[in-house]
Design a protein around this ligand. Structure first.
Ligand SMILES: [Zn+2]
Length: 466
């Protein structure tokens, strides 16, 4: 029997049933059968003369019957007929184009026209337009989330393309927010993309996040994780969380009403340097595709108010064994931010909270550690200047490529191997090198702490990023 999807405004006349089955081989016969079973519905669909009212649009699957045979349009047992009345409220109504675009949503009872309108009115912000933010924002845009915020201040790099599917090769060198906005708008012009090209900070986080309904946390560092968490708790905004490393992924939903937060899971960050970032440790390119898509799914469920979200659960993925595990997660009554007696009632200094030395923290945005640009380093090598080049990457990275004559001491081993660094009055200048600039800045800070003052770090094209 064909199914008829009844929109929310008409459900009072079908005993609140969202889906009604009726007999009939044409749209006209079907709707007459429907209004025979539910006579109160008749005046809403038909005029006194018995013609279908002009402010009611009817679709068979995703086609408007006005483009088919109107009331004589045939319907088969597997077809879905949608009644789409015009609803006051201007932008609240779905256009014919939107009805076509979202037809696979509209025929799901849990979404339907009402759910699609909720998505259209929803505002979601993605923290980071990288590995996680790429699939999350693409799916949220495709799903019809009306306002999509993107917070990022980075530039597209060749090494991003292995997983950051928002960007194409031609985007390398472009500002991420600009490239992302272009891609998302071309995917779905109905979506308003709002770009925030700035590092999220204690100074701006509340102001940026307050305008959104759901936050998707795709950050790549601990200070931003804690900042996003605390801002979400303080603002009462749900946080669809995801994180990735090599083959392991995590996802959850934090800061829902009565639910746990990131600090309930991890009250304190690991000491700096203990947990490598993806830039340092690597990540399987497809992994953020899985986790970011889970974050988008949770955001959509939060907007629609359907199903069970990951609030109160931590989802763990091991992509090597392809096993998902779900752990229970409880709100900690002693949590400093979401607990019964919170001690964190305003945003704090998250660099300091994460134990990142001020010099290194500053190096992430402004150069506070002495630097030498890569082209200047190359000239110095060509001139045979007296240099000692220290590479603080991992042995595997060193194998892939290295500066000839450089010495490998991975950052983690550096404190124990200080004796290997040339020291003294006639020691050569030391240039510390890594891949992104983050580890070399830490290494230089460490060397200077130990009294080795003649160390500089190499930087790419004058730009440093951790
Ligand atoms: Zn908490």
């Amino acid at each position: 029997m064909p199914r008829i999807l009844v929109p929310t405004p008409l459900r009072p006349f079908t005993g609140q049933q969202p889906v009604v089955a009726a007999e009939g081989s044409t749209v006209g016969a079907l709707l007459r059968a429907l209004t025979t079973t539910h006579p109160d519905l008749r005046p809403h669909l038909f005029s006194a003369e018995g013609t279908l009212r002009s402010f009611v649009n009817v679709y068979v699957n995703d086609e408007d019957i006005r483009h088919l045979k109107r009331e004589d349009t045939p319907v088969g047992p597997a077809d879905t007929v949608s009644i789409v009345p015009s609803v006051a409220g201007g932008s609240d109504t779905l256009s014919n184009e939107e009805v076509q675009r979202y037809s696979r949503h509209l025929i799901i009872p849990e979404v339907g026209v009402e759910g699609q309108r909720r998505l259209k009115n929803a505002r979601v912000v993605c923290i980071g337009a990288g590995g996680l933010g790429s699939p999350a924002s693409l799916y949220l845009a495709a799903a019809g989330v009306g306002t999509l915020g993107i917070v990022d201040f980075d530039v597209v790099d060749f090494s991003n393309l292995q997983r950051q599917i928002l960007y194409s090769s031609a985007d390398v060198g472009r500002r991420k927010v600009e490239a992302a906005a272009g891609r998302l708008t071309s995917l779905n012009p109905e979506v308003r993309v709002v770009t925030h090209e700035t590092p999220l900070s204690s100074a701006n986080a509340l102001d940026i996040l307050k305008d959104y309904d759901v936050v998707v946390d795709g950050a790549d560092n601990f200070p931003t994780r804690y900042l996003v968490n605390d801002a979400c708790v303080l603002l009462g905004k749900p946080n669809a969380y995801g994180s990735i490393f090599r083959f392991d992924g995590q996802a959850s939903v934090f800061a829902t009403k009565g639910g746990p937060c990131y600090r309930c899971l991890y009250p304190e960050p690991p000491p700096p340097g203990l947990v490598p970032s993806c830039a340092e440790g690597g990540v399987l390119g497809v992994l953020p595709g899985i986790i970011g898509t889970i974050q988008a799914t949770e955001a959509i469920k939060l907007i629609l108010g359907i199903g069970n979200t990951l609030a109160g659960r931590l989802l763990l993925l091991d992509a090597l064994s392809m096993e998902f595990r779900t752990m229970k997660l409880r709100r900690d009554p002693a949590c400093p931010v979401c607990g019964d007696h919170p001690t964190v009632t305003a945003l704090i200094d998250y660099q300091q909270f994460c134990g990142i030395p001020a010099a290194t923290a500053a190096a992430a945005s402004t150069p506070a550690v002495p630097e030498i640009a890569v082209d200047a380093l190359k000239s110095a090598i060509d001139r045979h200047d007296r240099l000692w080049i220290l590479d603080v990457r991992e042995p595997r990275e060193f194998e892939i490529c290295r500066i000839p004559g450089s010495t490998l001491i991975p950052l983690g081993e550096l404190p124990k191997r200080i004796a290997e660094i040339p020291q003294g009055a006639d020691a050569p200048d030391i240039v510390v090198h890594c891949k992104m600039g983050g580890r070399s800045a830490k290494a230089v800070a460490l060397l200077r702490d130990r009294g080795i003052a003649n160390a500089r770090r190499s930087i790419r094209n004058g730009r440093s990023s951790a």
